[in-house]
Design a protein around this ligand. Sequence first.
Ligand SMILES: [Zn+2]
Length: 248
Amino acid sequence: MPRHELLKLSQPNCIYCAGENLTVSTDHMPPRILFDAKLRPKGLEFGSCQSCQDSTRREELAVAMFSRIFPDAKTPKAQAESRKITKQTNRKFPGLFEEMYVDQLSVLNELGTGAGRLPTWNFVSCGGPIASSIIEAFAKKLSLALHFELTKEIVPRGSGIFMTHFTNYAAIVDGMPGDLMNALGKEKLLEMGRQSSADVFTYHSQRFDTEPTTIHMAYFRQSFALLMVVYPKFADVPAELLRGIMVH
Ligand SMILES: [Zn+2]
């Protein structure tokens, strides 16, 4: 039986649209395009309807590019793939590259002696409107997937989803809050024989003390990280997060 047929049996309803549509295929989250030559270990595969599966195709391409910003691809093959993804992203998102350009000298001046601690001075900005909307759409889908993976429950409509992202620049300069890292628990990854996602993607997923809320952190190479909190009960969203919250 093909794998998507098996998934249909175990996840008959799409996990992304609150189970409103039936599963028609297997969705990989994070998607295969994030991995060199699309070689992705098995795991984190979800039952999805066609429209949810297609809904973030463009964004996934851009995220594949963001995730390759650091470190640089090592083999000529991976470098060529990276160039191809960059070119395609540029075509699909006019204005994105201009928005991402950062005046490196002004950033270095701002950092002062802190600049020496950075692994790269090749910063880009992911805070502009186009990059923000890409990351937001992608993080929403990823948070629905990771919540399901942890709880085996589909995130219901009306849930609140909080998301924030860290670039390598922000993570290293500001440091990740220690109590947050403790709350996130053990780091997880995808593994299949000798193949592992360690260099490309790792994540943490944990239930909050106040169930059914879940918290997730996902790292994409050394480029950026996403912190996501899923509140299936909207009333659990803290007042200070209400302004930036996404509603499912
Ligand atoms: Zn769906």
